[in-house]
Design a protein around this ligand. Structure first.
Ligand SMILES: NC(=O)c1ccc[n+]([C@@H]2O[C@H](COP(=O)([O-])OP(=O)(O)OC[C@H]3O[C@@H](n4cnc5c(N)ncnc54)[C@H](OP(=O)(O)O)[C@@H]3O)[C@@H](O)[C@H]2O)c1
Length: 239
């Protein structure tokens, strides 16, 4: 039995994943979220076979670890989906509060969660899969995206080390392609002074090139949750 820990469950891909886990009856699902009202609105009607965990910026995830240990099962599946592209700004224009928020959310929270999951797996002899949501922006600098590009690269590099230290864990960073979610809406609303390729991203939406997050969710579950087909540490959505 798998215990699936899914971050960013109130977002585009996260919500699509949660829906499919519940509908298909896969594992015990723990939805991690930060916005109570959003969570209740989206998940209020879901049945009882779903666990939830409200996170916050300085979270050490120990209470989440306790919940995991209380559930039956021999494998943790950690899906690192929560990620923020905000603030889309040029370096030199961030406030100190924004700097704390972007490193705290995209880096510190993910590292704290990975750390806690590994600790629990080691204590209880549980198996662990980590599925990190990768992006083309890891290798491709885009103006205004300093926070996003750098934190994606950080997570990939960190997980390469975790994989080296733990050859028994299954770890993959999966690039879902350009999806029709709130993140893309935020990108389209950016000033071209900050993000010079904004028109290209507007055209992706207008020409119907954005991928439906439900299709990505289905493929991610098939490739990395129901089975394990990864042959490398970084893989991409297959059209
Ligand atoms: N959309 C794309 O085209 C695209 C392309 C490549 C990679 N990706 C990656 O795919 C994943 C899902 O993207 P998406 O488009 O579904 O994103 P999204 O629509 O922006 O949703 C992101 C989710 O993460 C949550 N989140 C962000 N920062 C958080 C924090 N510090 N603490 C807790 N929750 C936090 C958000 O919470 P709230 O609901 O409270 O805002 C939201 O539920 C991300 O890792 C993204 O980088 C997306």
């Amino acid at each position: 039995m798998q215990t699936i820990v899914l971050t960013g469950s109130t977002g585009g891909l996260g919500f699509a994943l949660a829906n499919q886990f519940v509908r298909k009856g896969i594992g015990n699902l723990i939805c991690v979220y930060r916005d109570e009202m959003k969570f209740q609105k989206l998940f209020g009607h879901f049945g009882s076979n779903l666990y939830s965990y409200k996170t916050f910026m300085e979270d050490d995830y120990v209470p989440l670890g306790n919940t995991i240990e209380a559930l039956p099962g021999d494998e943790i599946v950690l899906i690192l989906n929560a990620f923020s592209i905000a603030p889309i700004k040029l370096a030199g224009e961030y406030s100190y509060q924004e700097i704390d928020g972007m490193t705290g959310g995209n880096i510190r929270q993910n590292v704290a969660l990975i750390n806690e999951a590994i600790r629990r797996c080691r204590c209880r002899s549980l198996k662990l899969r980590i599925i990190n949501l990768d992006s083309g922006a890891t290798d491709f600098p885009l103006s205004g995206w300093g926070n996003y590009c750098a934190s994606k690269a950080y997570l990939n590099s960190f997980l390469s080390v975790v994989a080296l230290e733990n050859p028994d864990f299954k770890i993959v960073s999966f690039d879902p392609g350009v999806m029709d979610t709130d993140m893309q809406r935020q990108i389209r609303e950016t000033d071209s002074r900050v993000f010079d390729r904004v028109e290209t991203f507007i055209s992706y939406k207008e020409s119907g090139r954005l991928i439906d997050p439900s299709a990505v969710a289905e493929q991610l579950i098939e490739r990395y949750v129901s089975h394990w087909t990864a042959t490398g540490i970084r893989e991409k959505y297959k059209l």
